[in-house]
Design a protein around this ligand. Structure first.
Ligand code: ASP
Length: 321
């Protein structure tokens, strides 16, 4: 889409690849999730259309999804094995290489906003646990009780995963019970890229576990002229493969296209681990890709022609941007 400056802009989001089978949830719930994806896209797009920064757009889109009960981030986040919410988030500015991340936060309403505030506050890239909560409080961000994050769906998922763990049937647990994340990537009219990711992590994860969504170069990465991406899936392997940086490196050093680099990492590099994995990515020209290897991935994008799409499984819905 050409904005006032006639430069291409683009935006893509995901709400995680921990998605149920289509038949396991009523159509009205899928519709509601798609409506929230649409709201997230519109929030980011409005900023890009006004000439706003990619950084502003990805934060705005992620905040909408953090506030939605449909995704595993902010309100609706996963519970760890102690029944506690510990949230991870990170953001990266592709134009400066600056980044911010918070891990294991327990009381920040919108962890992505804290990650961004940290990025702007000085040299520190990542704060964890009580220090992250204290930083956010001091920065005047909205703080909440744990109950704010809790939903019936995550309580059930935790109980189910504990049952599976007891019975030794972890592999049988559904991707939806296990995990989810939200993320956004954008290209702005100045040609800058940015990426943001936020998550409750894995249901029944060990207390103190930090996933890839807080790790720059793993679940979040952005570099102008190359790519901005946000991942979802079993974070341990996104960290071990440095997925974000790996994709950027394949593009930089091998000259691979956005789609080829992302496909290679998701379908070849991560394949031996037999994990759920997906991501959204935008290239310097505004091209978008959203590969995943699970039954579905909550996702949406607005391309450089201003066409808006949202999807949960194979079927892709086009609506007015
Ligand atoms: N990557 C997230 C984590 O490992 C979970 C997910 O995206 O589903 O914490």
């Amino acid at each position: 889409m050409k904005n006032a400056q006639q430069n291409p802009i683009a935006l893509a989001i995901h709400g995680g690849c921990g998605v149920m089978n289509k038949a396991d949830m009523p159509e009205s719930d899928w519709e509601a999730a798609r409506a929230d994806l649409t709201r997230a896209l519109k929030a980011g797009w409005a900023l890009l259309m006004q000439g706003g920064s990619a950084l502003d757009a990805v934060e705005a889109a992620v905040v909408v999804m953090e506030n939605s009960e449909h995704f595993n981030a902010g309100h609706g986040a996963a519970l760890n094995t102690d029944g506690v919410h510990e949230l991870d988030a990170s953001i990266m500015d592709g134009s400066t290489g600056e980044a911010g991340a918070v891990a294991m936060t327990r009381a920040i309403r919108n962890p992505i906003t804290a990650a961004r505030a940290l990025m702007h506050s000085g040299e520190t890239v990542m704060l964890g646990g009580a220090a992250a909560d204290a930083f956010a409080k001091k920065a005047g961000l909205s703080m909440v009780e744990q109950a704010y994050f809790t939903t019936e769906r995550r309580i059930k998922a935790l109980a189910s995963l504990k049952e599976h763990a007891k019975a030794g049937t972890d592999a049988k647990a559904s991707e939806a019970e296990k995990h989810g994340t939200v993320g956004a990537v954008a290209l702005d009219a100045q040609g800058h890229l940015a990426a943001a990711t936020s998550t409750g992590g894995f249901n029944n994860k060990p207390a103190g576990r930090i996933g890839d969504s807080a790790v720059i170069g793993a679940g979040t990465y952005a570099s102008d002229g190359v790519v901005a991406l946000s991942g979802t899936g079993k974070g341990e392997f996104f960290i071990r493969h440095a997925v974000g940086h790996e994709i950027a490196s394949r593009m930089r050093y091998l000259g691979e296209s956005l789609t080829d680099a992302c496909q290679h990492v998701v379908f070849t590099d991560l394949a031996p681990h037999d994990i759920g994995a997906g991501l959204v990515a935008v290239g310097a020209d505004g091209s978008i890709t959203a590969p995943y290897n699970t039954a579905g991935m909550f996702r949406g994008w607005i391309d450089t022609n201003g066409r808006m799409f949202v999807a949960t499984h194979d079927e892709i819905f086009e609506t007015q941007a």
